[in-house]
Design a protein around this ligand. Sequence first.
Ligand SMILES: Nc1ncnc2c1ncn2[C@@H]1O[C@H](COP(=O)(O)OP(=O)(O)OP(=O)(O)O)[C@@H](O)[C@H]1O
Ligand SMILES: [Mg+2]
Length: 363
Amino acid sequence: MSIASKAAGVEFRNVTRRYNTVAAVDDVSFTIEAGTLVTLLGPSGCGKTTTLRMIAGLEMATSGTILIGGKDVTRLPATDRNVTMVFQSYALFPHMTVADNVAYGLVVSGVRKRDAAAKAAEGLELVGLGGYGQRLPSELSGGQQQRVAVARALVLEPEVLLFDEPLSNLDAKLRRKMRDDIRELQQKLGLTSVYVTHDQEEALAVSDRIIVMNKSVIAQSGTPDELYRRPKNRFVADFIGGANLIDGELVGRSGGTATVALGRLTLSVPDPGLPAGEVLLAIRPNAIRLRPAPVGSAADNAASEGIPVTVRKATYLGSHMEYGLASEFGDLFVVDPNVSNPVPAGASALATFTGDGIAAVGR
Ligand SMILES: Nc1ncnc2c1ncn2[C@@H]1O[C@H](COP(=O)(O)OP(=O)(O)OP(=O)(O)O)[C@@H](O)[C@H]1O
Ligand SMILES: [Mg+2]
């Protein structure tokens, strides 16, 4: 017997979940392709867990339709859906061995003890815990307990595997290792996985697609690259990758590119599909470079190459410098790999912009 993928796609059609009068999830529609890992990303209270619990059947939609594998499951209870969830708290039975914990779901669903044990052993092998079966959960580290929880979910061969902030109880280094391992396992087994996090870096690292949620609705969905390079609104530009947001003007569009003006400076950005006029420029901290401030007539010419700034703060961080700048367009935060000749705090400088890392969004 071996663990197989029964991956199915998930579709939400205009799904709303209300608690009394408040919509925790409001008219949300999306499609998750079978065999992909999709992240629900957003700040606390935006509706991520509620969305996940509706996929599991632990929460019922107030209105709308939910399909799994093309089948309408909107009214099906959790027990009749082939979906399993990995919780942040692990939720292992403390008095049962690791092997029994992993086999538990199979035994309950009527699989013979011997078969369940064999599958549990295989599940533990998959998560790198072969040989740990006879321990108690209390004899494992937090990261190992989380792996047991993953193994327990895997052996059920779910059509959809759900993760609700699975790594938030782990330290930063272990988080990185676990997220890579989860991603590797998901790809190896071809699992459909829905992964909830409020950590944008984690989302960028593990996802085929990201659904960014804000205040019960979808702010934008797309591949990590699309969301980072072509954010559609202020919220997404800021939430993913922390862009500087300053006012600019869209002056022209052609061939997938738009021209925006920032003072006398013109910049090329991916065409945001907006009409000419006022826009918000989302400028990544690593898209700005500092040069010594030009003087005299050179300063005048420089207005077409960059904008004059004052360095308010310069912080050395080993691999890069972080700068806080003041400009007539507002404050800017800069991450600069040039650490060998940094610009000191208090200095005047010219801020120039690299071609990539700037997007225009609606004001
Ligand atoms: N059982 C409930 N009764 C009433 N309101 C609820 C209930 N569950 C969730 N909510 C509300 O619905 C909204 C969305 O909650 P949800 O748990 O989905 O957020 P979340 O994005 O998972 O947040 P977090 O990152 O803090 O876990 C919140 O405003 C929350 O207070
Ligand atoms: Mg939550």
